[in-house]
Design a protein. Sequence first.
Length: 152
Amino acid sequence: MRLTTKIDPRSPDFDRKGFNRALITEYRANNGTLTTTLPEAALLLLTTVGTRSGRPHTTPLGYILDGSPDRIVVFASNLASAAHPDWYRNLVANPRVTVELGADRFDAAASTTAGPERERLYQALIDEIPSIRDHQGQTSREIPVVLLRAVR
């Protein structure tokens, strides 16, 4: 899937699963470099275990580092919808996850941040990824800020 025009992932015609499959395929084929689907995007691949199926599920996510490559922060926005994304519900049930960051693949422990740590990391996220700035105001739920700590 080649991205040739601006996409609207909230459009009813948008095939999120198909788009994510194309991203994941390109990401893995190029050690994390995306040149056709989302050029210049800083993404990782997060694999969680499905709460109902028990099968692995991989999701591409934007991220920032919190001081080191062993502390990664992601935002469970789900495009500011009323419900948490599936990947977030999966990691709450089983916080042992797998992260692919570029060519590096490792296990991580996921935790939802709270209080001052959440506020600090949320501010860092919106400073680094301005496109998510308005998401919190578009939903009544508090969007989880998740810390992924590498287990090496």
